[in-house]
Design a protein around this ligand. Structure first.
Ligand SMILES: [Ca+2]
Ligand SMILES: [Ca+2]
Length: 104
C-alpha cells in the first residue's frame, strides 16, 4: 500500500503520527522496501517454525501453542491457535518451500 495525499490525511483515524512531508517520504520509502521484502519471501503455508518445511515438528510445536490465542502457529491469523491451524499444517504436511530470494 502506498500512501499519498496530504500528510495529515495518512493516519487521521487514530492519531496524526505523520505530520510532515519528510516523514511521509520516509514512510513511503520504508513501505516500498517492506513490500519488496514481503514479495521476496515465498509463502510456506503450514510452516509455523519457518524452517521452510511442513512436518511433524510443526504439529508438535503447534500443540505447545494450542489455546494460547495468537501465536506463530495462528496460521489463519484469527488470533486463535486452535484446531483450524492444526488442519492447515496437516493439509500441507510434507511441503518443502523454496528459500527466500535476496532483496537489494
Ligand atoms: Ca516447519
Ligand atoms: Ca488461528
Amino acid at each position: 500500500m502506498r500512501v499519498g495525499g496530504r500528510p495529515q490525511e495518512v493516519d487521521r483515524i487514530t492519531a496524526d503520527l505523520i505530520t510532515t512531508w519528510t516523514q511521509l517520504a520516509a514512510f513511503n520509502t520504508l513501505n516500498r522496501k517492506l513490500e519488496k521484502m514481503l514479495a521476496s519471501e515465498p509463502e510456506c503455508t503450514g510452516d509455523g517454525n519457518m524452517d521452510k518445511r511442513v512436518n511433524q515438528l510443526d504439529l508438535q510445536d503447534w500443540a505447545s501453542f494450542q489455546g494460547v490465542g495468537s501465536s506463530r502457529y495462528d496460521l489463519n491469523l484469527d488470533a486463535q491457535t486452535n484446531n483450524l491451524d492444526q488442519s492447515i499444517i496437516q493439509d500441507n504436511l510434507g511441503l518443502r518451500c523454496p528459500l527466500k530470494k535476496t532483496v537489494r
